[in-house]
Design a protein around this ligand. Structure first.
Ligand code: NAP
Length: 437
């Protein structure tokens, strides 16, 4: 049996340094759990001279990937640099060389799943990616192992902590979108360029990974309808509050007779809905199984600490397989590669749901009647209306807010196209889909 497990780490940023600190702090306990010492012996970074506020004298730090990949003594490779091209190259080479690989790189797994996952199946080593979704919220292992016996009917939840933090501050502290985004950046929750979070792309990456495991195949990111919280205004927060709802950003995938209906966008949830009380940077992922019914996992979905815990769990699992000489588990999904199913998503135009529509309009006679007529012509039935015009202030911009009964997305888009072309429209129409109770 080996005397120790040697780890090579790519990236000593937020997640990488979180892992280094966790392994240092919990070294003795982890050694007891694994049975042998687990040591990070080599690191590859972009700037090896950077001060990382920790003692790294126990590891050799370099910029050359070969420093780790060509070293036969390295058992496990941690890919924590992010990005696509170099990370893909590192993972494929490490797997090819028989090393176990652990990554938190959701973008890569979502975009290049058709290359990475088959390579992981073919490889001798373990492949762990728990931290790519929900970090310390153990959704990947739960879907792959604990729920492997059930037919997963749907998976949905709040999977982008930054968006949830921004919406929470807008709702509870009445901040504008820009103020809440700045606060998120100040807390280190949002990047200087927040595009991936506020445009919904990060949540889309995570949902695709979960769909792959839940529905036994590899889904195409480009087929996933994706919308972020960019564009949600204080006015929307206020109206939806009046109506008894909270705005959340969610990813959702469910089985239908036509295929998998999957989408990422803001939603209105009833104030007493469980997800309405998931606040700040927290994630909550709900899974519905045919036999088990609903199950929900909740916790912090990002940050050096939670991310390090997710990586360390995968690392310890890989150590145990290596040290006991067992064949690695049937990762990464819960079925063998040859049993992958063809996957089919339902076009967004065909989905049916209820809608919140806010029309900024010029306060003119007949505007509400016109909007109602167009909605009705497109089979959209109105559930309630808020109209806030004031007498004597004709032609000033006011909001008309309409809540609809269930309607087909294509019909709603067709109606909005006609309404948005009218001269009384004073600004962009807001559309937020409503989550059923
Ligand atoms: N941050 C989170 O909370 C979180 C949560 C879940 C998943 N993830 C994922 O974890 C991964 C890492 O995220 P992070 O937040 O830790 O990123 P980060 O703080 O930006 O760190 C990136 C690290 O990679 C190194 N690096 C970048 N380009 C490199 C190159 N060409 N060659 C060698 N090293 C290079 C950097 O080196 P230098 O330090 O020398 O510049 C840095 O140490 C990403 O895939 C991310 O999506 C992050």
């Amino acid at each position: 049996m080996k005397d120790s497990i040697n780890v090579g780490i790519f990236g000593l940023g937020n997640v990488g340094m979180g892992v280094v600190r966790l392994l240092e702090k919990n070294r003795a306990d982890i050694e007891k759990r694994v049975g042998k010492p687990v040591r990070i012996v080599k690191a590859v970074v972009a700037n090896p001279k950077k001060d990382r506020g920790a003692d790294l004298s126990g590891m050799m730090v370099d910029t050359d990937p070969g420093h780790i990949l060509d070293d036969p003594k390295i058992d496990i490779v941690l890919e924590l640099i992010g990005g696509l091209t170099l990370a893909e190259d590192i993972i494929l080479k490490a797997l090819e060389k028989g090393k176990s690989v652990i990554t938190a790189n959701k973008a890569l797994l979502a975009e290049k799943g058709r290359i990475i996952f088959p390579a992981a199946y073919d490889a001798a080593g373990c492949f762990g990616f728990e931290s790519s979704v929900g970090t310390a919220v153990p959704i990947i292992r739960t879907l792959r192992e604990s729920f492997a016996g059930d037919d997963i009917l749907s998976i949905s939840g709040i999977i982008n902590g930054t968006s949830n933090y921004i919406l929470t501050r807008m709702t509870h502290d009445r901040l504008s979108f820009d103020e809440a985004l700045k606060a998120a950046q100040g807390m280190g929750l949002a990047e200087a360029d927040p595009t991936l979070d506020i445009r919904g792309i990060d949540a889309a990456h995570k949902l695709i990974i979960l769909m792959n495991i839940a529905f036994n195949g590899v889904f195409d990111l480009s087929e996933l309808y994706t919308e972020g919280i960019f564009g949600i205004t204080a006015a929307d927060i206020n109206y939806t509050r009046q109506l008894g709802y909270t705005i959340k950003h969610m990813g959702k995938a469910k089985k239908t007779d036509q295929g998998i209906e999957a989408r990422v966008h803001p939603v209105l949830v009833k104030k007493d809905h469980l997800l309405s009380s998931v606040n700040g940077a927290f994630n909550a992922i709900s899974v519905l199984g045919e036999f088990m019914g609903p199950s929900i996992l909740y916790g912090l979905g990002a940050g050096p600490g939670p991310s390090a815990v997710g990586v360390a769990g995968d690392l310890i699992e890989a150590c145990r397989y290596i040290l006991t000489g067992q064949q690695r588990p049937i990762s990464p999904f819960s079925i063998p590669l040859e049993n992958w199913l063809p996957v089919k998503t339902v076009p967004m135009a065909e989905i049916r749901t209820e809608y919140y529509l806010r029309f900024p309009v010029l306060d003119r006679l007949g505007v509400l009647a016109f909007i109602s007529k167009v909605l009705s012509e497109n089979r959209i039935s109105v559930r309630s209306v808020i109209q806030e015009g004031k007498p004597g202030r004709e032609e000033s911009p006011v909001d008309i807010v309409i809540m609809t009964h269930e309607a087909v997305e294509a019909d709603v888009q067709k109606a909005l196209k006609e309404i948005n072309g009218q001269p009384f429209i004073a600004g962009p129409t807001q559309l937020i889909r409503i989550e059923p109770d």
